[in-house]
Write a protein that binds this ligand. Structure first.
Ligand SMILES: Nc1ncnc2c1ncn2[C@@H]1O[C@H](COP(=O)(O)OP(=O)(O)OP(=O)(O)O)[C@@H](O)[C@H]1O
Ligand SMILES: [Mg+2]
Length: 304
């Protein structure tokens, strides 16, 4: 039996002729963090909101915990939602908001524990309009946790957060994963997906153009690995004589490697010829490098 908590097959959503979601399929297993990535307007929020039951689909089959979100009246008690651009009644405090959700969703969750988890205890009685952008985002996340959901839909949970607050949200997401939650996460921060997601799907113009683990995607699309060496002109001269391909970038020399194992040949060669260099690092392209090229290439093809 499949362990999928979310199943999407041939999902289509059109807005007056625009195919915002154009026949996508994927599934998310229990306990998995699945990240939908893609440029602005790719169709991520539309997809997420269809799964939440907030928007209706044009066609396709979807199940969330075995139910159709368009028809189900019980999913609201089993899923947690942090919408993109979350907002709340401007003069309500986080404590009031949490109490309200707790009453509506009829749960026995410990609200203090939730406030502590998202690090918002000291703002529990501050009106919503006086919270900073990041604090508002944290409240949104806190509210999504009130019903102790099996599945969480987090649409750009860390957008606009400072680096420390972002790391704190990452910690919360990791804790939730450890507790067995399944999470659908959208983000524009590729390093976030690389760090948190078991699987990612890259969307562009309504279609999934590739999916897999972050490592599989990098493996499939990365260009040459590079050896980055911090050294002077002497290093360049030696590399030229040795017939290596390289470019200077600021105080670094970037040597292109056809195979990552060739790095030892370059270093041995430089040592043998007593080159003066300070340090070196091996660099494989990141998910972001690969993503930018994949999405960029499609845009270029379509404007030709
Ligand atoms: N309610 C709507 N009515 C008409 N068009 C819409 C509506 N909502 C979204 N769209 C269009 O559908 C496409 C996909 O939008 P969506 O919000 O799903 O993208 P996204 O991937 O979430 O983008 P972002 O990264 O900017 O949040 C866009 O072209 C958008 O203009
Ligand atoms: Mg969006």
């Amino acid at each position: 039996m499949s362990d999928a908590v979310i199943d999407v097959s041939n999902l289509v959503k059109t807005y007056s002729g625009l195919r915002a979601v154009d026949g996508i399929s994927f599934s998310i297993n229990r306990g998995e963090v699945f990240s939908l990535l893609g440029p602005n307007g790719a169709g991520k929020t539309t997809t997420v909101e269809i799964l939440e039951g907030v928007r209706n689909r044009t066609s396709g089959e979807i199940t969330v915990l075995g139910e159709d979100p368009e028809k189900s009246r019980s999913l609201i008690f089993k899923v947690g939602i942090l919408p993109q651009d979350f907002a709340f009644i401007y003069n309500s405090t986080p404590k009031e908001a949490l109490d309200f959700y707790k009453g509506t969703l009829r749960t026995s969750s410990d609200l203090n524990e939730i406030l502590e988890m998202v690090e918002l205890e000291d703002k529990a009685t501050t009106p919503f309009q006086k919270l900073s952008g990041g604090q508002k985002q944290k409240l949104g996340l806190a509210l999504s946790l009130v019903n102790d959901p099996e599945i969480l839909f987090l649409d750009e949970p860390t957008s606009g957060l400072d680096p420390r607050a972002r790391r704190n949200i990452w910690k919360v997401i990791k804790t939730l994963k450890e507790r067995g939650k399944s999470i659908l996460l959208t983000t524009h921060y590729l390093e976030e997906a690389e760090l948190l997601a078991d699987k990612v799907a890259i969307m562009n113009r309504g279609k999934i153009i590739d999916a897999g683990t972050p490592m599989e995607i990098v493996e499939r699309h990365h260009e040459d690995d590079n050896l980055i060496i911090r050294g002077d002109g002497g290093v360049e001269q030696l590399l030229s004589t040795g017939g290596f391909q390289f470019q200077r970038e600021g105080s670094y020399v970037k040597v292109n490697l056809r195979n990552i194992k060739d790095a030892t040949d370059v270093i041995n060669y430089l040592y043998e010829h007593k080159a003066k260099f300070e340090d070196f690092t091996l660099k494989r392209e990141s998910l972001e490098d690969v993503f930018v090229r994949m999405v960029g290439e499609i845009e270029e093809d379509e404007t030709e």
